[in-house]
Design a protein around this ligand. Sequence first.
Ligand code: SF4
Length: 327
Amino acid sequence: MSALLQATGLVKHFPAGKPGLFERAPQVVRAVDGVDLSVAPGETLALVGESGCGKSTTGRLILRLIEPDAGTILFQGRDLRREPPARLRELRRDMQIIFQDPFGSLDPRMTVGRIVAEPLVVHGVGTTAERARRVAQLLERVGLAPAHAARHPHEFSGGQRQRIGIARALALDPKLIVCDEPVSALDVSIQAQVLNLMLDLQRERGLGYIFISHNLAVVRYMANRIAVMYLGKIVEEAARDDLFAAPQHPYTKALLSAVPEPGSARAKQRIVLTGDVPSAIDPPSGCRFRTRCPHATETCARLEPALTPVADGRNVACHLVTPPGHA
Ligand code: SF4
């Protein structure tokens, strides 16, 4: 299937303050350092990894909420970084975001009706009456009542607020939604309801999702494919079932070892990583994971492993899995 979105070589470095007395250049945080990914219509690609690995920044780069330093973003074959502003604005209608925090992401002074209608107003869609009808439909579709349009966000629970956020994201009938930790602020009892709503909407509308989460149980429920990020790079990318059945990269193995196996009485052997995640200002030479990898060799310090296709259509960046020079 042709890609809805194809990003290649995405890079984003943030300034990390002024240079020190003996430093020539300002330091930079290498938040995203050469990420390739693609999403097909109706597909969910999950981005996973520890906090600070660059997954949320990647989501924002794709929507150009943050400007990439380098890379190409093709959306339905159009290069988002080369489109003139008017055309980019049009394309943006098809790309929306659901934020993590259903409390902070809704303006408390606005009614729910105004919040959900805002994208329609910004893009000049419909008359006032048409927008009100659309808001009522959207609220019903996400499990709320049309009468809720007159209320304010503080009158709703966390799960209901996230439903409002979803209604707003759907207002312009997008094709791609970046979902940034969409249920991590919700009670566990509510999470499944919101996830099921998102799956239903995806099936109905053929939505592509980029699903950003640190919760691997949630990712297992939602994703078709999973990209594992470490210090600004993708280290493994595979179909969900392949990744959970047989992770290849040592970092993926450690991450997945903490996830209980559903229906299995046998406890998994937990791989506990030692050491902290290194600073993204000064990442380790060679393989960025080498300071925590139990299999690191001298080659790993010297040569950076490229993300390389291996069996079953997955890509892995590790000299153990794809020896240096192998492509
Ligand atoms: Fe570990 Fe080396 Fe593979 Fe990196 S390249 S994950 S350090 S074995």
